[in-house]
Design a protein around this ligand. Structure first.
Ligand SMILES: NC(=O)c1ccc[n+]([C@@H]2O[C@H](COP(=O)([O-])OP(=O)(O)OC[C@H]3O[C@@H](n4cnc5c(N)ncnc54)[C@H](OP(=O)(O)O)[C@@H]3O)[C@@H](O)[C@H]2O)c1
Length: 312
C-alpha cells in the first residue's frame, strides 16, 4: 500500500479538550470540511486510536466518513496495551473500534507500545487471518523490538507493514541509531508522528492562543531562532509555508508524515508539501540549524514509561 501522507486525529475532539490542551476548539463542521478537502486532494489515510480526542476522535471519524460516503478511506487504528496481555483483549478493543468506524475491518492495525509483544502480536495475527486487519504495524518500538516483531510475523508468513514512531526535523534519533536504515532494508514503511512537533515547527510569526501544550513547548521554541530563519528562507524559495517545510523534509527522507490537521487549509498544505522536492543543500542547512538549536523534545523515550516490564 503506497501512502504519501496521513491525517492525524489526536487533536479532534470536544470543546474543553480542544481549548485546554490544544489552545483552540475547532467546530465539527470545520473537520467535516477538512475531510471533504482531503478527498479532493487525494489524501485518504486517517490515523486513529481509542484515546484520541479523549475518546471522541474515532466516533467523529465514523460519523463523518459515513456522511461523506467515505467507504474507500483508509483506516489506521491501534491497540494500546496499557495493561499486561489478557486473553481476547485485542479482539474486544478492535470490536469497539470497528463499531466506532462503522466498518468490518481496519486497513492497518498497530501495536501501540512494545508490551508483551509475543502475546499481543499472536492475537493480532489471529484477527489478521480472520480478515479483520489487512496490514500489521508496530509503534514506539526500538530496533531490537522491531526485529523481534518481524521475526514473529515472518514465522506466521505475514509481512510487517510499518513502524510508526516519533520523528521530525528536531527528533531524528531513529536515523542515527539505525532503525530507519533497517526499515528501508526490510521493505518496512516508516510513519512519523508529530512531524510538526505539536505546532512547534510552524510559523513563529503567526500568533496562537495559550494552551497547556504550548506553555511547555515555549522554552524550546526560544532556542529555535536560527532554525526558524532557515525554515522561512526555504519556505520563501519554494513559495510554501513554514509547516510545509517540516512536512516536505520528512517526505524527502522517504518517511510518511502524520500531521494533526483539523482545517481544510492544513489538509491542502499537507497534500502539496509531500510533492515538494527540497535540495540536498536545503536539507543539510535545515539539519545543521536543527542540531545547533539544542531544542529537545522527548523523542523515543516519550512513551517508555507506559511500557510494562516483562513478567517473570
Ligand atoms: N503512535 C503514537 O504513539 C502517536 C503519538 C502521538 C501522535 N500520533 C499521531 O500523530 C498525529 C500528529 O500529532 P499531533 O496531532 O499531536 O501534532 P502535530 O501534527 O505535530 O501538530 C499539530 C499542530 O500543528 C498545527 N498544524 C497542522 N497543520 C498545520 C499547517 N498546515 N499549518 C499550520 N499549523 C498546522 C495544528 O494547528 P491547529 O491547532 O490549528 O489545529 C496543531 O497545533 C496525531 O494526530 C496522531 O494521529 C501517534
Amino acid at each position: 500500500m503506497e501512502v504519501q501522507a496521513v491525517i492525524g486525529t489526536n487533536s479532534w475532539g470536544g470543546r474543553a479538550y480542544g481549548k485546554a490542551v490544544r489552545g483552540s476548539y475547532v467546530e465539527d463542521s470545520m473537520i467535516r470540511k477538512a475531510m471533504r478537502e482531503a478527498g479532493k486532494q487525494g489524501l485518504t489515510v486517517y490515523d486513529l486510536a481509542r484515546d484520541y480526542g479523549l475518546g471522541k476522535a474515532q466516533k467523529m471519524f465514523g460519523e463523518f466518513a459515513e456522511e461523506i460516503g467515505g467507504d474507500d478511506l483508509i483506516i489506521s487504528a491501534k491497540y494500546t496495551p496499557f495493561t499486561h496481555y489478557k486473553k481476547n483483549c485485542v479482539r474486544r478493543s478492535l470490536e469497539k473500534d470497528l463499531a466506532d468506524f462503522r466498518r468490518s475491518y481496519v486497513d492497518i492495525y498497530w501495536l501501540h507500545l512494545p508490551t508483551d509483544i509475543e502475546q499481543h502480536l499472536a492475537e493480532i495475527i489471529g484477527l489478521y487471518n480472520e480478515g479483520k486487519i489487512r496490514n500489521i504495524g508496530i509503534s514506539n518500538f526500538d530496533l531490537a523490538e522491531c526485529r523481534l516483531a518481524k521475526q514473529i510475523l515472518d514465522t506466521a508468513g505475514i509481512p510487517l507493514y510499518g513502524v510508526q514512531n516519533h520523528y521530525s526535523l528536531i527528533s531524528r534519533e531513529w536515523e542515527q541509531n539505525g532503525l530507519l536504515k533497517w526499515c528501508r532494508e526490510n521493505g518496512v514503511s516508516f510513519w512519523a508522528w508529530a512531524v510538526l512537533e505539536e505546532g512547534m515547527l510552524t510559523d513563529p510569526r503567526v500568533k496562537t492562543k495559550f494552551s497547556l501544550m504550548k506553555f511547555f513547548l515555549n522554552r524550546q521554541k526560544r532556542k529555535m531562532h536560527k532554525l526558524y530563519s532557515v525554515m522561512i528562507a526555504v519556505a520563501d524559495r519554494h513559495h510554501i509555508s513554514v509547516p510545509q517545510v517540516a512536512e516536505a523534509y520528512c517526505a524527502c527522507k522517504g518517511i510518511v508524515p502524520i500531521c494533526g490537521c483539523r482545517k481544510p487549509k492544513q489538509v491542502a498544505e499537507l497534500a502539496e508539501a509531500v510533492r515538494i522536492r527540497l535540495t540536498p543543500e536545503e536539507i543539510r542547512r535545515l539539519e545543521a540549524a536543527a542540531d545547533c538549536s539544542g531544542a529537545k523534545v522527548l523523542g523515543h523515550d516519550l512513551f517508555r514509561f507506559a511500557v510494562l516490564k516483562k513478567r517473570n
